[in-house]
Design a protein around this ligand. Structure first.
Ligand code: GUN
Length: 292
């Protein structure tokens, strides 16, 4: 069994991006600028946004963090999105999800200028992705593909089972892995909460990707010997042995599954850092597309 080290692969990408920034600086060109909107104090969101800002610092991108209280009215958020759309110094921006229940996430997502939508969540970018047209790919699926590619994992002709049909991971990933591309050309099954015989379906997977947010859902008896296992789950579970009182847990029972598979991503240090690396790639691309 080999560990698919997302942190090491993301570090490699960060280094490449840092070099691109240095090159731009040398040539007197603009430095990419990412903005992030964070609403409320959700622990997971704070960690993710913090990691995105830190990655910008490490690479040499400019970043701006905009924070609002949980009670922020939807109109205020929409007005901010509009202001960022019009702000020429900002190349790309994200609105960290989830948002509080009184805010319509889809309305906010649709208000973002697709040319600045570096998360790749806008319907225009998702549509372009489906049609294999240029656009921004959603960060987590793109990060998973990049991880497979850079670690030379063959996908063509493989059976790929994805657990979870979310808008930001499972659904776009199912399309990206089924496309006529490399990575891609998989035969994809998208399994979800209504799927019957989930164990049997998982056992057919050469590549098994779990993105449901249920710690330890995937047990060894669901995994084919020699499969590639990608764990997107990052649930906080109590852990009294840690000073902070919690640790991150994936959707895969790493302990038992790692004994059976050929490759596996750890949690943390697997898909998470690759998501951030993809966001950075998209931010550089957003600026280059503007011809700056
Ligand atoms: N919430 C969980 N993952 C993501 C992500 O990749 N982008 C945003 N904006 N919110 C998220």
């Amino acid at each position: 069994m080999h560990i698919l080290d997302g942190k090491a692969t993301a570090d490699e990408i960060r280094k490449e991006l840092a070099e691109a920034v240095q090159e731009r600086k040398k040539n007197g060109k603009k430095i990419p600028h990412l903005a992030a909107i964070l609403v409320g104090n959700d622990g997971g969101s704070l960690t993710y946004v913090g990691a995105k800002v830190k990655a910008c610092d490490q690479i040499g991108f400019e970043s701006t963090l905009i924070r609002y209280d949980d009670s922020v009215p939807e109109e205020i958020l929409l007005a901010k999105v509009q202001a960022l759309n019009e702000d020429r110094s900002i190349d790309g921006f994200i609105v960290q999800l989830p948002l509080p229940p009184h805010i319509d996430e889809m309305k906010i997502t649709q208000a973002i200028d697709p040319k600045k939508d570096v998360d790749g969540f806008h319907p225009v970018n998702l549509g372009n992705m489906v049609l294999n047209l240029p656009g921004f790919l959603p960060a987590t699926p793109a990060g998973i593909l990049e991880l497979l590619k850079r670690n030379k994992i063959e996908t063509e002709g493989k059976n790929c089972v994805i657990l979870g049909r979310s808008n930001i991971v499972g659904t776009p990933l199912s399309i990206m892995l089924g496309r006529n591309a490399n990575p891609g050309n998989c035969t994809v099954t998208l399994a979800h909460s209504r799927t019957k015989n989930i164990r049997e379906i998982c056992l057919s997977a050469d590549i098994l990707i779990a993105a449901i947010g249920q710690p330890d859902f995937v047990s060894a008896d669901m995994v084919k010997e020699g499969a590639v296992v990608i764990d997107v789950g990052t649930t906080r579970v109590e852990d009294a042995s840690r000073a902070r009182g919690w640790r991150l847990k994936g959707d895969v029972n790493f302990e038992e599954v790692s004994k059976k598979c050929s490759f596996i991503t750890p949690v943390p240090g697997g898909v998470g850092p690759m998501t951030i690396a993809s966001l950075m790639i998209n931010t550089l691309k957003a600026m280059e597309l503007k011809g700056k």
